[in-house]
Design a binder for this molecule. Structure first.
Ligand code: ZN
Length: 235
């Protein structure tokens, strides 16, 4: 399996707390715990030409992981469209934390993807679909302290599955782990992962992301969805 971890890599340049927690940037850190005998990981950022994303590269990629926050607008529409097209033809997409406002996620959802937010809360996550492949080996409940509060209403279309629910110590709740299918592609959104919190170091969070990549990996890639006029097979 080949995974592309995409990170805008902007906070890393202005806030030393981010690189202290995640040396080499979020993309390098996420790549480091994903890489295994079965998983080849490549990374790309806004600094790369065309954001490091080309049709030819995505033809070879099974799953894209997306982290972005303050620079969603700097991703050219054509790049977001390219990722979108590949998802429809079977590529998996795992969107992390503030990626909820990325161009590609909003295009796939068709809604604003707005939510409530506040930095510096304590979150308790509940695994409410323990039999889902993305929940395999994940604790029934675990705490991230601190994590940014993301609260309902989260303006998303009804998910296929809500696997994780988040509760925050301000009283807010959130659908923290959701799945959808679009065309032939599987999509998973996971809420933890604010850049100045150490959530990506959490064993349960890492397990969820590893499971999600496995779940989103297509059985068959690059399946165009044609629209042919079709003659009857039976007289
Ligand atoms: Zn954040």
């Amino acid at each position: 399996m080949k995974v592309l971890v995409w990170n805008e890599n902007v906070h890393e340049k202005h806030d030393p707390r981010v690189t202290e927690l995640y040396p080499g940037g979020l993309h390098s850190y996420i790549a480091s715990f994903l890489e295994s005998e079965d998983v080849e990981v490549v990374t790309a950022t806004l600094d790369d030409e065309e954001c490091g994303i080309t049709d030819a590269l995505l033809d070879t990629v099974d799953v894209v992981i997306w982290w972005g926050h303050m620079a969603h607008g700097r991703v050219p529409d054509e790049i977001a469209d390219c990722v979108h097209r590949h998802v429809l033809s079977g590529m998996g997409l795992v969107v992390l934390h503030s990626g909820h406002h990325s161009k590609v996620f909003k295009k796939l959802m068709g809604t604003t993807c707005n939510l409530k937010w506040r930095d510096g809360a304590r979150e308790r996550i509940w695994t409410i679909m323990p039999n889902h492949p993305i929940a395999e080996g994940v604790d029934e409940t675990f705490v991230l302290d601190p994590e940014e509060m993301y609260g309902e209403r989260f303006d998303i279309p009804n998910p296929d599955d809500v696997i994780f629910l988040g509760w925050f110590n301000g009283g807010e709740v959130f659908r923290s782990g959701c799945t959808w299918t679009r065309g032939n592609g599987k999509i998973f959104y996971f809420q933890p992962g604010h850049e100045t919190n150490k959530s990506f170091q959490n064993a349960n969070v890492q397990k969820v992301i590893k499971n999600a990549v496995k779940w989103a990996c297509p059985v068959r890639k690059n399946m165009e969805i044609p629209c042919p006029e079709f003659m009857p097979l039976e007289k």
